[in-house]
Design a protein around this ligand. Structure first.
Ligand code: KIV
Length: 264
């Protein structure tokens, strides 16, 4: 087993797992210094491409962005979302997962559960492809963003789903939008680490969409803490640049080129 994955599993009950999403190199390079896991999420559909759902993201899109992210990653575990439709049966799933792994050099793939597809997880794991599961609010299969596991019955059904994914060989599992009690029970019952988003602090780790926590996406529901307001910072800089171009303050003499060599 990949040593990075072993280290993630070892963190269960010892230290919290830190993860965030990235879609490009510059952000990935910063995240890599702090995160255990960097996820190239299909949330890029909403965040980058302005879609209402994640359904239009293709294997080609995911590969393109992962190649960029990979250039910024030295130590974190790089996990890539399998796009909707790319794992609808065992044969297609294996073909696409192998293709994504080979084309990008990522460490693992993530697939969303539809309660019936733990057999896809086991197929990939048997083919030596590490898999992260994903239950609760799964945007590829569910339209409505709602808290899951609010009753005992629903919590037990989520637990059953999580256990099936663990049994299929997943090395960790994302719990999205789970009631705190459900997240706590599932985290306690599973041997693999749970990574929560909108699912309380009971999980073994946390993940957020980076553009949300940086105040760049405009999506700030209660579960997102805005750690910066990049929208404001970027707007201020662009406004200043605009003004300086107009009053001919930029470019200044020091920005003129007189044959100096430079490389990007
Ligand atoms: O696509 C994504 O960014 C995700 C995270 C929200 C877990 O799946």
């Amino acid at each position: 087993m990949n040593i990075k994955i072993k280290n993630i599993i070892k963190k269960k009950n010892k230290s919290k797992i830190v993860s965030l999403t990235a879609y490009s190199k510059n952000i990935a390079k910063i995240l890599d210094k702090y995160c255990d896991i960097v996820l190239v999420g299909d949330s890029m559909a909403n965040v980058l491409y302005g879609s209402n759902n994640t359904h239009e993201i293709t294997v080609k899109n995911i590969i393109q962005h992962t190649l960029s992210v990979k250039k910024g990653i030295k130590k974190s575990l790089l996990v890539v979302d399998m796009p909707k439709g790319s794992y609808f049966n065992k044969i297609i799933a294996k073909k696409n997962a192998k293709f994504i792994m080979k084309a990008t050099g990522c460490d693992a793939v993530k697939i969303e559960s539809n309660k019936k597809n733990s057999n896809i997880v086991s197929t990939l794991v048997k083919a030596n492809i590490p898999v992260m599961g994903h239950i609760g609010y799964t945007p590829q299969f569910k339209k409505k963003f709602k808290v899951e596991g609010q009753s005992k019955l629903k919590t037990l059904s989520l637990l059953k789903e999580a256990v099936a994914i663990q049994r299929a060989g997943a090395f960790s599992i994302v719990l999205e939008c789970l009631a705190p009690k459900a997240a706590k029970l599932i985290t306690e019952k599973l041997q693999i680490p749970t990574i929560g988003i909108a699912s309380s602090s009971y999980c073994d780790g946390q993940i957020l969409v980076t553009d949300d926590m940086l105040g760049l996406s405009g999506f700030y529901p209660k579960f997102v803490k805005k750690y910066a307001n990049l929208n404001r910072i970027i707007e201020k800089a662009v406004k200043k640049y605009t003004r300086e171009v107009k009053i001919k303050k930029f470019p200044a003499k020091k920005n003129f080129l007189h044959g100096a060599k430079f490389r990007r």
